[in-house]
Ligand binder design. Structure first.
Ligand code: ZN
Length: 120
């Protein structure tokens, strides 16, 4: 295969997960709901306290399913600095608007998309 596309290394930079940043949005919500339930009274606390403990346990002891962070590298089309978030598999270069695929910690140059999805 000589038809290999241009690509540039884009090392993954994981988000900081120290301290309070360990808590994700769902865990924070569970803690807030738990605290709210506790304020209702004893019955609320029976529901609320386990929710808070479960959220703390989840944040502290369970590794995240998705490694949140950024791929940071250079556009394979024009060389401008660019980044992609962990959930993106395709991004547009902010400088040249070229299509770039994100795969295996690399930015891979994609041929410019034509309008419509119908293949010839
Ligand atoms: Zn570019």
């Amino acid at each position: 295969m000589t038809n290999e596309s241009k690509s540039t290394p884009a090392p993954f930079q994981p988000n900081d997960r120290r301290g309070l940043k360990r808590f994700n949005a769902i865990e924070i919500l569970a803690i807030l709901l738990g605290l709210g339930a506790c304020s209702i009274g004893l019955i609320g606390a029976i529901i609320g306290i386990p929710m808070i403990l479960a959220a703390i346990y989840s944040a502290v002891f369970i590794p995240p399913k998705v490694n949140r962070g950024l791929y940071i590298g250079k556009c394979p089309h024009c060389g401008a600095a660019m980044s992609a978030t962990h959930y993106q598999t395709e991004v547009d270069c902010p400088s040249c608007a070229g299509d770039v695929a994100v795969r295996d910690s690399r930015f891979i140059a994609m041929p410019k998309k034509t309008a419509g999805h119908k293949a010839a």
